[in-house]
Design a protein. Structure first.
Length: 183
């Protein structure tokens, strides 16, 4: 783990000196320097004291880089297509287990010719337009502001049934880092 680098980055971002941390925690400057350079591993009690001095939760010090806040600016969104190229997909997140996408369905466009299944759980929010969704024996029509969710291991299908483009916000959670297509 890279706890020391996390501590140093937080300390520097908050303009706190090693001496100030040592004064508050009772640790020596040499020890804290070794912690920040990952040359020694502090106990949980010591980490709690350091976290308190930095005014951050202990758990924040233990996060790996990929577990911290991930920012995707609008102009930096990854764009793909799906549903035979009919659907425009804007990827809103860059985390490994939770994918969030804005999907634009042109009139009559669908997720494919037949229902399909994949790993994970999905939540859909209709931002604009009217869509039809089915999963197994269940089906319904949805308008702006409506939402629905399902376990994606059961075959499912979504189609724009309106005359205008439909936009659907979709969040997909998987236990593993799924890199394949969700449609």
């Amino acid at each position: 783990m890279d706890i020391g680098s996390n501590i140093r980055a937080i300390r520097k971002r908050k303009n706190i000196t090693i001496a100030q941390i040592c004064e508050e925690t009772g640790l020596s400057q040499g020890f804290l320097s070794q912690v920040e350079t990952n040359k020694t591993s502090p106990s949980i009690a010591t980490l709690e004291n350091i976290a308190a001095a930095l005014k951050v939760p202990l758990a924040y010090l233990l996060l790996k880089k990929e577990e911290r806040m991930c920012i995707v600016r609008k102009e930096e969104r990854k764009m793909t297509t799906s549903g035979g190229g009919n659907l425009k997909v804007e990827h809103l997140s860059s985390t490994t287990n939770v994918k969030m996408m804005l999907v634009e369905f042109p009139p009559g466009a669908s997720t494919g010719d037949a229902p399909h299944a994949h790993e994970g759980e999905e939540v859909h929010v209709v931002i604009k337009g009217n869509i039809y969704a089915e999963q197994g024996e269940d089906s319904a029509e949805f308008g702006e502001g409506d939402s629905f969710s399902w376990n994606a291991c059961t075959p499912h299908f979504v189609k724009n049934i309106g005359d205008e483009p439909a936009i659907v916000l979709i969040s997909v959670y998987t236990e593993t880092n799924h890199t394949g297509d969700f449609f």
